[in-house]
Ligand binder design. Structure first.
Ligand SMILES: NC(=O)c1ccc[n+]([C@@H]2O[C@H](COP(=O)([O-])OP(=O)(O)OC[C@H]3O[C@@H](n4cnc5c(N)ncnc54)[C@H](OP(=O)(O)O)[C@@H]3O)[C@@H](O)[C@H]2O)c1
Length: 361
């Protein structure tokens, strides 16, 4: 069976723009292997909302939206973004047969995960699936949104919230049946790992941070990275999903990095140790204990050898001991891939194919 998925893009910054070019690059594979065609039916950002009733090819969206922003006079849209999501979902026939997907890539809000949580809720309650790379929904409201998705018979997927396209949530959900995750530790923030390793080599803090901003990898507000908030949000998301935690980024003990971290990092290196910003969480009696802190690690530790933009997560399990997942390169393509892989999970559900492209009998 073949199908057309309709996408409403909520947020159209670095990640979403790379996502639409990736959809174009993968067009042949999507069609041949998965029987899927993609149409963009709307783009909503703070500065403008463009609804595309007949849908547009992914390749045409960036130019069309840029032209729209440049030519349409000051934005007079009165609806909030959740209202717009609800309206689009109600109008599109694709919603009824589970072919409308809201792609949520708005800015991370570390205080309460909004407005992303409201975007996810509006999508699910009006019959759309959601894929997101925003950490807020899983870090602040995972259990509520997961229940809402189940009730609606739709998917709420967020693989890119942690370690970009490297499967963490999918890995545990799809390939580790009967395994209990007891805890984890990891280096999960690319910007701080890059800065620490650059400072070990003599680079200044501000220069290293600027490189991450130029690459579109640092958060829009870079203090979210350097103060440890991004790592705390990922820790909360991982703990809520994998450890059945009920925590938020605010309840994660947190430490960040600064220019003075350089001295500690270089000094540790002279003793054959590496300084890393480590995220940890474990099941404890009555809940989950979680924290983000600078730790000196022995050179033999898998986390100690992560250079530059590399990330890793070590899962502690009951049946398999430790499982380490290492990401050797991260960037916008990897984050956009996370959205693509979640989209394929939804798309193959619609067409009745498996992820290796076969028909489900
Ligand atoms: N960049 C990465 O490498 C990376 C990696 C993993 C995860 N993420 C996550 O992905 C998300 C997007 O990152 P990004 O780098 O693409 O950010 P970005 O370039 O700053 O883009 C954010 C987009 O969200 C829009 N937006 C913000 N509030 C909105 C609202 N209330 N309604 C509609 N649109 C809204 C912005 O609109 P305007 O343009 O009108 O302001 C902008 O288009 C963030 O949550 C981030 O944490 C990013």
């Amino acid at each position: 069976m073949t199908a057309t998925l309709e996408l409403l893009l909520v947020g159209f910054g670095h990640v979403a723009r790379r996502f639409v070019t990736l959809l174009d690059e993968q067009r042949g594979t999507l069609s041949r292997k998965y029987g899927l065609t993609i149409r963009i039916v709307g783009v909503a950002t703070r500065h403008g909302r463009l609804i595309l009733p007949t849908g547009l090819e992914p390749s045409a969206v960036t130019d069309r939206f840029t032209h729209f922003l440049a030519t349409v006079p000051a934005h007079r849209e009165m609806r909030t973004t959740p209202e717009l999501i609800a309206d689009v979902a109600k109008r599109r026939p694709a919603t009824r047969d589970g072919r409308l997907v809201v792609v949520e890539t708005t800015t991370l809000d570390i205080k309460e995960g909004q407005p992303a949580i409201d975007h996810v809720r509006a999508a699910l309650s009006n019959g759309a699936h959601v894929v997101t790379v925003n950490k807020g929904p899983a870090a602040f409201a995972y259990h509520t949104l997961d229940k809402a998705a189940e009730k609606a018979g739709r998917r709420f997927l967020f693989e890119g919230a942690v370690m970009d396209g490297v499967p963490i949530f999918n890995l545990v959900r799809e390939t580790l049946p009967a395994v209990t995750i007891l805890g984890f530790r990891g280096v999960v923030n690319t910007t701080t790992n890059y800065i620490i390793t650059e400072m070990e080599l003599g680079e200044a803090f501000e220069e290293a941070l600027r490189a991450m901003q130029v690459a579109g990898i640092a958060e829009a507000d870079p203090s979210l990275d350097v103060d440890g908030w991004d790592a705390a949000a990922k820790t909360a998301a991982l703990a809520n999903v994998l450890l059945e935690g009920r925590i938020t980024p605010q309840t994660v003990e947190r430490e960040g990095i600064g220019a003075s971290t350089a001295v500690r990092a270089r000094e540790a290196r002279t003793r054959k140790r590496r300084l890393k910003l480590v995220a940890r969480a474990a099941r404890v009696r009555g809940g989950v204990q979680a924290g983000v802190a600078l730790e000196e690690l022995d050179e033999s530790d898998v986390l100690a050898n992560l250079e530059g933009q590399q990330n890793a997560l070590v899962l502690h399990t009951d049946l398999l001991g430790e499982i380490a997942i290492v990401q050797r390169g991260s960037g916008l393509t990897q984050t956009a891939y996370a959205l693509l892989s979640d989209l394929l999970t939804i798309g193959t559900g619609v067409t009745g194919r498996t992820l290796d492209g076969r028909s489900r009998s």
